[in-house]
Design a protein around this ligand. Structure first.
Ligand SMILES: Nc1ncnc2c1ncn2[C@@H]1O[C@H](COP(=O)(O)OP(=O)(O)OP(=O)(O)O)[C@@H](O)[C@H]1O
Ligand SMILES: [Mg+2]
Length: 1045
């Protein structure tokens, strides 16, 4: 819902306004009464309050004064988040709130270094105490904590439940009515942390201790003790749980209140007492005193036989004496007799029945009242600024909180109302003085002509009450002290005599007919600034006297209890001087209070009670009008509005409205005053509508401001767009810059790393080269640090080369050349490698081939470099046999029987004599060889018998088997020829085990012919192979030369 700046047709026309960019709900009515068009209209004022109250907007300003209407329900506006919202925010930028006042006061204290005070006033039940608690809580939560005094905030807050228990009571107007006035100082150090506190209390309503009106209660603590106290405690105090048992609690006939939970409150109070620092002993004594007051109330008097007054309740007296720590009989005596000193002589006279009752009540009031004062003092000690903190807190400042009774106008107004209303007169005077003074000062500092403000100065009423000799208080005191039969009526007469004719004083006798009708004869009327009040004089003298008989004081002075000892001082009894009367005491304390307040910068909270039924949502117009009048709010507004409705510092004004003028938007760079002047000219303000001071602009009529506000509201979409655009631009730019920065960071880190790596590699390379060169130079030295790297490298690279170039086969004889240092190792390796290859080769070899190889090896051993035809035979495989099985005659095989033919070859046998050539087969078995002529075995040669074998060295196939000559069975050596002589001889030699008995003869072979004769075979080289009988009977073998190529 957009604010439209509508006008509403109420009397005085309340104009809706938006002072700042708040939510629509906050814009009900005006947030500041100074913006009311018709500011003199009370109806408009009340209507504005009502409209806002209906929307739960309980706070409204009159300038810097906060008006608060009691909502009588919990509102969600006091959370921590709300506190944060109001922190450091300018007063007018955000909806009115008690936190805004708290924060503003705090900031003023911090920035201006001037003590501040917040004066909270309003009638009973309007919410003063609640407001003061909210302010305290705001400071406790939002202010920085001081290390030394971390718990001070707690103690400040906890002082409330204690003081409320002892000083508050349920009245007809308020279930938790403060029955004393309270001024509390909170001291802050130079950092703004709370460091100390001090409480001043004013005029406790002591009469409540002994009497309560119907529907009201005594002070909360009595009920809390009876309801919440543990059984044991009550037993020691000799109390019963039922409040109806106690005379001092039955008068109001209202022991229970639905809104109060005495049991819980009791616990809270006990906890608070311990937090504040009360010892267990002190708490016990305090409770003794509370109990003693209850017992005192139950003391009954009766008439003795001689008509004298005596106490009828003996046990009560005993208990009482025990609780008060005094002598029982002395107490009994003092309650029934009074002591007079006449002409220096002490006289004791008995009290009559009534007097004894009054003496008892006076004692109860005195005990309770003084204990309350002691309690406040004790709390003050706990809150007091400690020495060490004090020294470190130079430049500290104070915020005072005054929670004091507002104007009270009851059906019957007595001494208390007189004092309370007097207090309010004084506060009003202070308010007028301070407000007007500050107004005037502001006009002066701003250089604007002072326009006289019409207001009612209530000094005349204050004087009427307090003036020396002529004032009501003086007359009252005089009447109290006067010898003779002074009484309330004589006091009234004295007033009439002295004050008759005063414009603000009327009595029944002095009044005109109309007034007389509404006044009784015992009343006098004061025309207070806020209205007329009739006071009934009955009880004035007694209350002012506040009399406690000397004998009772004496008894109390003897008390063995600490607290009572401090409350009833001996000096009081010794001192003959009469203590000051109650009214004078009150007057003096008020004078002191005014001095305190005058020295501080005040802020005001004015509390209003919306209805008498304590109900939420009910706004009783008559009641509110009454309070608006009694609080002097219209007066407030008039003073505030005198001259100008609105004022704001140039910078604030320019900041808010600068979008309305092209010259000032988006920024004004010149002097602020010129900027504001340009702006208002552009807005078309007429000269009579405003004035420019030195630092502020003053606007005379709210209308002018509203028009400006409306213009701003209309302009807002465009401003929003501009702001959005620039914000987006800014955001994107910032994002881009962020990314760019990140990229640069990553880049530089990466580059740095790369460069570092490269440099490292180079360094290492240089180092390597250096070592290499050095090593090269020292390469022939012993292994030493200079050459170790080089030599290791050479070794390593040789081994690497070797690994790649190892010979692949046994026949490959290549081998890399080792460096000198590795010659030996290289040789080992070579051998190992060769062994390895051979081993591998052998493992792979087939049995057949193995046999072949063995035979070849044997052939090599026998014939290598011995026989010409050997090289030719190397490449040719030895066969298993040179005969096919079918070539061997079956008969031969049969003859051989079990002996298997393992090799057979065709041979030519030469006779030993004639060397005739005969074809034969030579068959080899495992143990012998046979020469076969077709089907017949011609000769068997046992291997055992074979002596040796001879072979010629040429390329022929002749071989001779030498047989033992002594063996007659043998016909001599056998001369044979075979084309495969090497193969055959090899196999035979192996089978016969005669490898070492093969002779290769280079020249000729001699062989045995039977019976000792010898034959010779000669070998010569010729063109072709020829075996023939030679000249000398030798066998001549011609063998061709075999080319070895
Ligand atoms: N801001 C608030 N929010 C909710 N309830 C409130 C608020 N202010 C006051 N009340 C209610 O009104 C009651 C009376 O308020 P409070 O005790 O502060 O009055 P008072 O002005 O101190 O009266 P008295 O002069 O009798 O001490 C409170 O107990 C509470 O229930
Ligand atoms: Mg109160």
């Amino acid at each position: 819902m957009r604010y439209q700046g509508r006008e509403v047709g109420v009397e005085g026309r309340v104009r809706l306004v938006m002072e700042s960019a708040l939510t629509a709900r906050d814009r009900v009515g005006v947030q500041d009464f100074v913006l009311l068009e018709n500011y003199t209209s009370e109806a408009a004022f009340i209507e504005n309050l009502r409209r806002r109250f209906r929307e739960n907007l309980i706070y409204t300003y009159i300038g810097s004064v906060l008006v608060s209407v009691n909502p009588y329900k919990e509102l969600e506006i006091y959370s921590k988040q709300h506190m944060e919202r109001y922190r450091g925010v300018s007063f007018y930028e955000i909806s009115p709130h008690i936190y805004a006042v708290s924060d503003n006061t705090y900031r003023a204290m911090r920035t201006e270094r001037k003590d501040q005070c917040i004066l909270i006033s309003g009638e009973s039940g309007a919410g003063k105490t609640e407001a003061s608690k909210k302010i305290l809580l705001y400071y406790a939560v939002t202010c920085p904590a001081n290390d030394h005094m971390a718990s001070l905030g707690d103690r400040l807050l906890q002082s409330n439940p204690v003081l409320e228990a002892f000083g508050n009571a349920k009245t007809l107007r308020n279930d938790n009515s403060s029955r004393f006035g309270k001024y509390m100082d909170v001291q802050f150090d130079f950092r703004g942390a709370p460091v100390g506190g001090h409480i001043l209390n004013y005029l406790l309503e002591k009469s409540r201790v002994v009497h309560q009106n119907h529907g009201e209660r005594n002070f909360h603590i009595f009920y809390q003790l009876l309801d919440g106290g543990e059984e044991d405690l009550l037993k020691t105090l000799d109390l019963a749980r039922n409040p109806q048992n106690y005379q001092y609690l039955v008068k109001g006939n209202c022991p229970r209140v639905s809104s109060i939970n005495d049991k819980n409150d009791w616990k809270a109070v006990m906890k608070a007492l311990s937090i504040i620092g009360f010892t267990e002993g002190e708490v016990q004594e305090l409770l003794n005193i509370i109990a003693s007051v209850l017992h005192l109330g139950n003391i009954q008097f009766g008439e003795g036989e001689d008509g004298e007054t005596r106490i009828t309740t003996d046990t009560q007296i005993r208990n009482l004496a025990k609780l008060l720590g005094v002598d029982g009989s002395a107490l009994r005596e003092a309650l029934t007799h009074k002591k007079l000193i006449a002409k220096g002589e002490e006289m004791i006279s008995p009290l009559n029945f009534e007097q004894a009752g009054s003496a008892r009540d006076a004692l109860a009031k005195a005990v309770y009242g003084r204990t309350f004062t002691w309690l406040v003092e004790k709390i003050n000690q706990s809150l007091a600024l400690k020495d060490e903190v004090y020294h470190s807190s130079k430049g500290s400042s104070v915020i005072g909180l005054l929670d004091i009774y507002g104007f009270e106008v009851l059906q019957h107004n007595s001494f208390e109302q007189f004092c309370i209303n007097y207090c309010n007169e004084k506060l009003q005077q202070l308010f007028i003085e301070l407000t007007l003074r500050s107004e005037q000062e502001e006009y002066e500092t701003e250089g604007i002509a002072w326009e006289t403000v019409q207001y009612f100065d209530n000094k005349i009423i204050c004087d009427l009450i307090e003036e020396k000799h002529k004032g009501i208080i003086s007359i009252l005191d005089e009447e109290c002290l006067r010898p003779g039969e002074a009484c309330d009526v004589s006091f009234l007469e004295k007033l009439e005599d002295t004050l008759g004719g005063h414009a603000h004083f009327v009595t029944h006798k002095l009044a005109n007919g109309k007034t007389r009708r509404v006044m009784s004869r015992e009343e006098f009327r004061l025309l207070h600034y806020a209205g007329e009040v009739n006071y009934n004089v009955s009880g004035f003298l007694d209350k002012n006297n506040d009399l406690l008989y000397r004998s009772l004081k004496e008894v109390m002075c003897q008390s063995s209890h600490q607290i009572l000892n401090q409350c009833f001082r001996r000096e009081e009894v010794i001192d003959q001087k009469r203590p000051e009367m109650a009214a004078t005491q009150f007057k003096n304390s008020l004078t002191k209070l005014m001095e305190i307040l005058m020295s501080k910068e005040p802020s005001y909270v004015r509390c209003i009670k919306p209805n008498d039924a304590k109900q939420p949502g009910r706004f009783d117009e008559v009641l509110v009008r009454h309070q608006v009048k009694y609080l002097g709010l219209m007066e407030n507004l008039r003073v505030r509005r005198a001259g100008f409705a609105y004022r704001r510092r140039f910078e604030a004004f320019l900041q808010r409205y600068k979008p309305l003028c092209p010259e000032t938007w988006p920024n004004w760079h010149g002097r602020l005053a010129d900027g504001v002047s340009t702006l208002v000219k552009h807005l078309g303000y007429k000269p009579e509508e405003y004035k420019l001071g030195r630092s502020k602009i003053f606007i005379r009529f709210p209308k002018t401001l509203f028009t400006t506000e409306d213009a701003l509201e209309a302009k807002k979409p465009a401003i929003a767009l501009t702001l959005q655009t620039s914000w987006r631009g800014y955001r994107e730019r910032a994002k881009y810059q962020r990314i760019r920065h990140a990229v640069i960071v990553i880049q530089s880190a990466w580059r740095g790393m790369k460069a570092r790596r490269r440099a490292k590699r180079r360094r290492q390379a240089a180092e390597l080269i250096r070592r290499f060169i050095k090593g090269f130079i020292y390469r022939d030295e012993e292994y030493c640090p200079e050459n170790e790297y080089f030599l290791d490298h050479v070794r390593f690279s040789f081994l690497k080369t070797l690994r790649k170039n190892l010979p692949k086969s046994v026949l490959d004889k290549s081998w890399p050349t080792p460096p000198p240092s590795l010659t030996e190792a290289s040789e080992h390796l070579r051998r190992l490698h060769m062994q390895n290859m051979v081993m591998k080769y052998c493992r792979r070899i087939q049995p057949e081939w193995r046999k072949q190889m063995e035979q070849k090896v044997v052939a090599s051993e026998i014939f290598k470099e011995q026989k010409d035809s050997y090289p030719q035979s190397v490449g040719k495989l030895f066969l298993g046999s040179r005969l096919e099985s079918e070539q061997i005659n079956l008969k031969v095989i049969q003859t051989l029987g079990n002996e298997k033919v393992q090799y057979g070859a065709a041979v030519t046998k030469y006779d030993r004599r004639g060397f005739k050539a005969r074809p034969r087969q030579l068959l080899l078995t495992a143990t012998f060889a046979v020469l076969v002529d077709r089907t017949k075995i011609k000769q068997r040669i046992d291997y055992n018998a074979l002596r040796s074998i001879s072979v010629g060295s040429l390329s022929d196939g002749i071989f001779v088997l030498h047989m033992p000559s002594e063996d007659n069975k043998q016909k001599g050596d056998v001369v044979l020829h075979c084309d495969h002589v090497i193969e055959l001889v090899t196999k035979l030699a192996m089978m016969a085990g005669k490898i070492n008995h093969v002779n290769v003869s280079p020249g000729s072979i001699r062989f045995a012919v039977a019976r000792g004769k010898e034959g010779i075979i000669d070998f010569i080289r010729g063109s072709e192979l020829k075996v023939a009988k030679g000249k000398r009977g030798h066998l001549l073998v011609t063998a061709p030369q075999i080319s070895t190529t």
